[in-house]
Design a protein around this ligand. Structure first.
Ligand SMILES: [Zn+2]
Length: 72
């Protein structure tokens, strides 16, 4: 199953769930050390990862307003 969603995480801002086709994922910097991307095939797993990260780091998580990820 291909990855369809991407979770963006850094230490300062809200964790965000994106469609994998979102320009934010497309333009990600592969050399950064302060940001992390996780990719998943389904939105449920993406939400689970985002929730876990938000608990671990005391951050909020939300869906990207631009690409509006949804499972449909
Ligand atoms: Zn997005």
């Amino acid at each position: 199953m291909p990855d369809n969603f991407a979770i963006y995480h850094n230490s300062r801002t809200d964790i965000k769930i994106h469609n994998i086709c979102c320009s934010a994922f497309d333009k990600r910097d592969p050399n950064t050390i302060n940001e992390e991307w996780h990719t998943t095939p389904d939105l449920q797993t993406a939400t689970d990862i985002a929730r876990t990260l938000s608990r671990e780091h005391g951050l909020h998580f939300r869906n990207c307003k631009r690409c509006k990820p949804s499972s449909t």
